[in-house]
Ligand binder design. Structure first.
Ligand SMILES: NC(=O)c1ccc[n+]([C@@H]2O[C@H](COP(=O)([O-])OP(=O)(O)OC[C@H]3O[C@@H](n4cnc5c(N)ncnc54)[C@H](O)[C@@H]3O)[C@@H](O)[C@H]2O)c1
Length: 257
């Protein structure tokens, strides 16, 4: 049997109740990590925990990643349970319906910025003191190909992901002296519950739009699977990527080319 890549490490994964976060949680646990599953949908995080089924190596924590106290509590609970935290995957996110800028509400703008961007600030600021103490850590931010390639009507979403990418690079430089690596993954259009929440309309129209708007824009001709993102995150989290920081990895079937 080949050695497992994350044996004995502990990972916090936000958005672990669905899609890419869930796939990463399963893969990381299979690779030997203790996993802390964070989600605003606690039932969904509990379900992921059940599916992983490694008694004692998994913990689900209710978190609103846009709320400072809630994030502080997440880090505290993770540390109390496993006495260390090596890896953080910022995966929680919200989509945006295609909305002309003049129709975009302030509350929707703030929500998108809070969950997709401020969350990275909050989780990192609470976790970094632990990582700095032992001079080791890997932080992976799930941004989006929409952070480098704009789409009309996705104004707030593109802005939140573009900023997440730049925050990743800024933190990579700032934290490099402490051997804390910070990288981002840009998924292309992915087959998760989020995809159709970008698209208004009935289910038949959503299927047509999915094909037309998303699938046809991917040179490899297939939607990304959540497991594709999990595999990229596994590599970046592991010691195989020990020389990599500040990298923005497109996992997008060529959409960003
Ligand atoms: N699906 C795509 O096509 C796609 C493409 C590019 C990037 N992304 C990004 O990938 C990441 C994962 O997306 P996904 O497709 O797996 O989505 P998903 O909707 O399947 O999962 C997102 C999870 O985040 C959780 N969440 C939402 N708000 C939260 C909050 N305030 N606090 C804590 N948890 C919260 C949800 O409950 C859900 O479990 C997101 O950041 C998304 O923006 C997705």
């Amino acid at each position: 049997m080949t050695a497992r890549l994350l044996e004995g490490k502990t990972a916090i994964i936000t958005g672990a109740g669905s899609g890419m976060g869930k796939a990463a949680a399963k893969l990381f646990a299979a690779q030997g990590a203790n996993v802390v599953l964070s989600d605003i949908n606690k039932d969904a995080a509990d379900l992921t925990a059940k599916e992983i089924d490694r008694t004692g190596h998994v913990k689900a924590v209710y978190t609103d990643v846009g709320d400072d106290e809630s994030v502080q509590n997440l880090v505290k609970e993770a540390f109390n349970e496993f006495e260390d935290i090596d890896i953080l995957i910022n995966c929680a996110g919200v989509p945006q319906f295609f909305t002309p800028i003049e129709e975009m509400s302030l509350s929707e703008w703030d929500k998108i910025m809070s969950v997709n961007l401020k969350s990275i600030f909050l989780t990192t600021r609470h976790l970094v003191p632990i990582m700095k103490r032992k001079e080791k850590g890997s932080i992976i931010n799930i941004a989006s190909i929409a952070g480098i390639r704009a789409r009309p009507g996705l104004n707030a979403y593109c802005a939140s992901k573009g900023a997440a990418i730049m925050l990743t690079r800024a933190l990579a430089l700032e934290l490099a002296p402490f051997k804390i690596r910070v990288n981002a993954i840009n998924p292309g259009p992915a087959e998760t519950p989020m995809l159709e929440r970008f698209l208004p309309g009935d289910s038949q129209k959503v299927e047509e739009d999915k094909k037309k708007i998303f699938l046809e824009s991917v040179p490899l001709g297939t939607l990304i699977q959540p497991e594709d993102i999990a595999q990229a995150a596994l590599y970046l989290a592991s010691d195989l990527a020990r020389a990599i920081t500040g990298e923005i990895m497109n996992v997008d079937g060529g959409r960003g080319v």
